[in-house]
Write a protein that binds this ligand. Structure first.
Ligand SMILES: [Zn+2]
Length: 331
């Protein structure tokens, strides 16, 4: 049973302390929008925070692990706790882009209209910005007449993408990203040696949870082989589809990160940030503009549903555009 109790991530502790304090003072709001610095482990965060609020005897911000609430939560039998996220279509195996209105309706029915235990009821929606308009509206109606002893928790990394009408009904809590030292300590505590820890943290743009994910997928090796395949591609020794195929064994999130990093690196280089060179030619400026455009476009393009074929096609398109920009000669 102990294995089902989530562990505490140190940089989240401030928010947990705040939540417990509000609970003790009986000032827990009906709805919270929790902003987290990472797209990773949102479910883990939701579980820990919910268990902490349900636990009868938390020790500071640690779960007691033995009370009725802890036991039910870790066994998955506490029926007044609901998690809603994007679903995988059983036929296509694709992850839906949106949280659908039926999911929100079911949630409202299960959490707001029925009661199984004499405890706090908790409904979590994550990533909350994936609710479509009708889902958000359905939820909004519920928040206009909040029920007692219900906590609605919206977890997101992009609060700006949540309709303001919904946001304004939530109390806003924020988890600040950990600093570098804290991140490194944590990554090392996950069994990564210190030399690799720093490299992975850089790969992940400072997000230790993404760093852990990349490390588990042997990202350093993927980067090395991508670099040599990419130079062959630029020289014409490899086609875009061959280059994409070489990435197809990686998880989509890993490939996406790799392309983001490649585009960022070229933008950085072309814009001359940090370079010793003074001034830039028209050609440089033109190229920088094209790269920034491509970077923005790629961000949208690579957010396709988790379908490998669609992703490969988008990826190919981005790589061909990148090659055109990098090899184009301007008069
Ligand atoms: Zn407990």
């Amino acid at each position: 049973m102990e294995a089902d109790i989530p562990t505490l991530l140190p940089w989240q502790s401030e928010v947990f302390q705040r939540a417990l304090k509000l609970k003790r003072e009986q000032h827990l709001p009906h709805a919270v929008m929790l902003e987290t610095p990472s797209d990773y482990q949102m479910e883990h965060l939701a579980r820990y925070l919910s268990m902490l609020l349900l636990c009868d005897q938390p020790q500071d911000i640690s779960l007691c692990g033995t009370c009725e609430a802890c036991r039910m939560m870790s066994a998955g039998t506490y029926a007044d706790f609901k998690l809603v996220t994007q679903e995988v279509d059983p036929k296509t195996k694709k992850l839906s882009k949106n949280i659908k209105i039926e999911q929100i309706r079911n949630l409202i029915h299960e959490i707001f209209l029925t009661r199984k235990y004499d405890r706090l009821k908790i409904a979590v929606i994550y990533p909350a910005e994936t609710m479509n308009k009708s889902s958000a509206n359905a939820l909004l109606k519920t928040l206009e007449e909040p029920a007692d002893d219900v906590l609605l928790l919206l977890i997101t990394r992009n609060p700006g993408r949540i309709p303001i009408t919904l946001r304004s009904r939530c109390q806003s809590w924020t988890i600040d990203p950990p600093d570098e030292a804290q991140s490194l300590t944590w990554i090392e505590s996950q069994g990564v040696n210190s030399a690799n820890a720093l490299q992975y943290l850089q790969y992940a743009g400072g997000d230790p949870l993404l760093a852990q994910n990349l490390q588990q997928h042997n990202y350093a090796q993927t980067v090395d082989s991508f670099k040599s395949n990419f130079s062959a591609f630029l020289r014409g020794g490899r086609s875009a589809s061959e280059l994409c195929k070489s990435l197809s064994s990686s998880e989509i999130a890993v490939s996406r990160r790799l392309i983001e990093m490649t585009l960022n690196a070229y933008c950085f280089k072309t814009c001359g940030v940090g370079s010793e060179e003074q001034g830039s030619s028209t050609q440089d400026r033109e190229r920088a503009r094209s790269l920034l455009d491509l970077q923005r476009r790629a961000q949208r393009q690579l957010q396709v549903e988790e379908n490998n074929l669609d992703f490969q096609l988008q990826l190919e398109d981005v790589l061909i555009s990148l090659k055109q920009i990098l090899t184009r000669r301007l008069n």
